[in-house]
Ligand binder design. Sequence first.
Ligand SMILES: *Cc1c(COP(=O)(O)O)cnc(C)c1O
Length: 435
Amino acid sequence: MSEKPKVVKLSEEHIPEAWYNVLPDLPKPLEPPLHPATRQPVGPDDLAPLFPMGLIEQEVSGERYIEIPAEVREIYKIWRPTSLVRATRLEEYLQTPARIYFKNEGESPAGSHKPNTAVAQAYYNKKEGVRKLTTETGAGQWGSALSMGCNFFGLELQVFMVRSSFQQKPYRRVLMETWGAKVQPSPSEMTETGRKILEKYPDTPGSLGIAISEAIELAVQGDDVKYSLGSVLNHVLLHQTVIGLEAKKAFEVIDDYPDMVIGCVGGGSNFGGTALPFVKEKVDGSDIRIIAVEPTSCPTLTGGRFEYDFGDIAEMTPLLLMYTLGHDFVPPASHAGGLRYHGDSPIVSLLVKEGIIEARAYHQVEVFEAAVTFARTEGFIPAPETSHAVKAAIDEAVKCRESGESKCIFFNFSGHGYLDLSAYDDYLAGKLNDV
Ligand SMILES: *Cc1c(COP(=O)(O)O)cnc(C)c1O
């Protein structure tokens, strides 16, 4: 038994007072987004129909720290600071000399890290007089987080939920509706884009790209309606840095420090939020390792090209310089719905390109095997997305067993899997394949 605590639970006053903005500390400046029609850099005016100025300013800010508004910190108190947990039982099971820690973002009411930005985005929209937000959601993690955020600030929310998920996964729709949002299966009759697609392909399962196009179309029609995105953009990663900042404080309390920081990557927000506060020391020459994990079925960082691409299939969004599989890439169905995006955050992409961040990919079955090992040792059942980070942490801990090194491995537990139990059912029944 170790004399150190199993769980470090900081008190409310340790919720960070500012988010950390990595932009001034990047090894190279980010290239600007380009306008979809003119291919010229987009300015604030181009983005104003979609986002409130408060968020547009954060997107390009040169300030290293950006104060968290008191109203947002007040809501963070519901579940923050989240626990930093030493996975002692997993360590014993693996017989590793490594020290494994995870930060439990599954403690939020929506069950993932996503409310960290949802609450902040709702706040800035409300402050600028916005009445209603629109957004898209795949399996519903983002839609449910934003539903909660909008509810707290009295904003209406229209969610376009990919039709196949709408039909197969009713529980997150119920979460969204419980928090007061309106949910439409996408494609829908509410938009021109939706009507056109339905006319041509009445039986389409829908896609995230189509749902994004619908949400944007509805947002640009009203002055008091805006659009909200749950990952990829700089301001989203900024809001998520509460994860890494709190982790640093918790490590200080127990007098330990990570040799490795690990996170799973869909659009890059939970990984960025965890890892970016550790990036400056890496840029300055520290040998800390920062590892991004993705599914082999959607290998954006490990198999994509680094180039300008659209965020959506209808080519309505600005072009971003990022690792991408192409905006018309449709990944095969897998249980890690939150990791099925064709592109990636420009910040994370640049850091991979510059060799600051390592990327690796895993197959679905090995990921579930790791998830079950984790559940049977530490109790918590990870989301399928999160399980990619769990798998990488276990692999690194096993390497330590082989080399005899006692490394400190830190990963972000981005969310729980209690609404993904059908995926576990498939795995336990031996019905899961590598796609
Ligand atoms: C959405 C989601 C992810 C992936 O999204 P990022 O933008 O890459 O953070 C990872 N884990 C969970 C639990 C999610 O809900």
